[in-house]
Ligand binder design. Structure first.
Ligand code: ADP
Length: 462
């Protein structure tokens, strides 16, 4: 929607000066910045001068264009004389003013026909002032219109020239400031760029160092573990030989000492195994071999494996029902390893009460179903600030049982890595003095490219 504001006829050179002045006054009234006022005034005066010089005259019309808050000051310059006397000049012949004016405004259009040329241009109102275009605008327009059209036209053009000069000086000053600011910014940017490049180079170097260190660690761990395994199995075999009296009788004291050697070798063997497992996972050399099996079989195997570790009548080990649990397609030995670790920890840190092992299935769409295994104990519990750290390598929480139990702080980190291999995760809920519940959540069906069909196994739920 256009709201006409003012019209000025271009009949004399003075009218061009008047059009320029009106354009600036109107722009000031509409809240344009001084720089924008100069822009608008210059564009209007250039195009008005063209109309006057090339077509012998015309008309400048100012209007308010568009709806709030997106209003613009629109200016239309028509060369009326061309219409009257039929002379038509191509826009190209209208001088350099057009190119410059086009840059000064937001929109700029030239329409030429045999009936003349019309230049329509507009500049968007500054956002912060666009709401002032109500009563205040009416007042400005009234004031400008009240002045006789001749007043500006025949006014002091020397004064307008001085005003133009002042504007030019201000514009040049501003330009110089901007140039200085720009060169300062460019310098700053260059310095920052150099810094960023240096930082990236350092980061690359560090990443490479870390990769090398990690590789060395993995290689060292797996080599050492291999080196340790052979002598350890010799120690175990020899200790068993002695205990079985194959090399003659032992005194009570000798038997006690050999048993100590055997149990130390066994616990060292476990640590070596955990280290080797971790190193293998980290080196990406652990293969996941999924197969179909039933949760009931898994629990039965765990019970057989763990019952001998239960050495106090104050603690019971219970397995929940597996009724309703689906067939699982995953790596059974790895799943067993994780749960065995949970239970053996629970046994270590529970003095009385019970340890419950169970599972719950969360249905999902097709392959999305997941199963959560849990091992809940009534042991000493773990303070909340240690819930994260216990899954880090070699971290053990100091508690009154820690001295008595064997361990290296490798069990839970291994569980975490094994769980990730099975597409799952581990977690803990625990309260000191109440007990802990360790959970393992895995997909019921491990995603792989090839798998055999479960039907061959029949229904596994007990
Ligand atoms: P390790 O048992 O060899 O010390 P883990 O990684 O298996 O190493 O466990 C890390 C630590 O987490 C243990 O040293 C112990 O402090 C704590 N923890 C693990 N399981 C339990 C549990 N069921 N109850 C209380 N504390 C536990």
């Amino acid at each position: 929607m256009n709201k006409p504001l003012l019209r000025i006829r271009l009949e004399t050179a003075q009218d061009v000066v008047a059009a320029r002045r009106r354009a600036r006054e109107l722009a000031a009234g509409l809240g344009f910045s001084p720089l924008d006022q100069t822009r608008i005034a210059s564009a209007v005066s250039e195009i008005a001068r063209n109309a006057f010089e090339y077509a012998g005259g015309g008309e400048v019309a100012f209007a308010l264009e568009g709806e709030r808050p997106r209003e613009a000051l629109a200016v239309q310059v028509r060369d009326l004389e061309a219409v009257l006397d039929g002379t038509y000049r191509s826009p190209g012949g209208m001088g350099l003013g057009i190119t410059g004016s086009r840059r000064l405004m937001d929109r700029f259009e030239i329409h030429s026909s045999a009936r003349g040329t019309t230049v329509t241009m507009a500049r968007d109102l500054p956002h912060e002032r666009s709401e002032a275009s109500g009563p205040e605008l009416e007042r400005i327009v009234r004031e400008l219109a009240a002045r006789s059209p001749q007043e500006g036209a025949h006014g002091d053009s020397l004064e307008e020239l001085q005003q133009q000069n002042r504007e030019l000086v201000t514009a040049l000053d501003e330009l110089r400031e901007r140039q200085e600011e720009l060169s300062r910014l460019t310098q700053e940017l260059e310095a920052t760029n150099r810094g960023v490049v240096a930082l990236y180079a350092e980061l690359d170097e560090r990443a490479e160092e870390l990769r090398r260190a990690d590789m060395m660690k993995t290689r060292f761990l797996s080599n050492m573990s291999h080196e340790l395994r052979t002598p350890l199995s010799s120690i175990r075999a020899l200790a068993n030989l002695l205990l079985n009296r194959l090399d003659g009788d032992l005194s009570v004291e000798q038997e006690r000492q050999v048993k100590l050697i055997l149990s130390s070798a066994e616990s060292l063997g476990e640590t070596v195994n955990d280290l080797l497992d971790l190193a293998k996972i980290e080196a990406g050399k652990t293969e996941v071999v999924p197969a179909w099996f039933a949760a009931a079989d898994l629990f039965a195997a765990l019970r057989t494996m763990l019952a001998p570790l239960l050495d106090t009548p104050d603690v019971t080990l219970e397995f929940g029902s597996t009724a309703g649990l689906p067939q699982l397609y995953t790596d059974e030995p790895k799943l067993t390893q994780i749960l065995r670790n949970f239970v053996s920890n629970a046994l270590k840190y529970t003095e009385r009460g019970q340890i419950r092992v169970g599972a719950q299935c969360m249905p999902g769409d097709g392959d999305e179903a997941r199963i959560t295994f849990f091992v809940a104990d009534t042991g000493i519990g773990i303070a909340p600030e240690h819930h994260q750290i216990i899954f880090e390598e070699f971290s053990q929480v100091q508690n009154r049982l820690q001295q008595r139990v064997k361990g290296t702080g490798l069990g839970l980190p291994l569980c975490r890595k094994l769980a990730a291999l099975l597409g799952g995760e581990v977690g803990v809920e625990s309260e000191p003095g109440v007990g802990s519940t360790f959970r393992l959540n895995v997909p019921v069906r491990l995603a792989t490219s090839i798998e055999d069909e479960p039907e061959t196994l029949g229904n596994a739920s007990p």
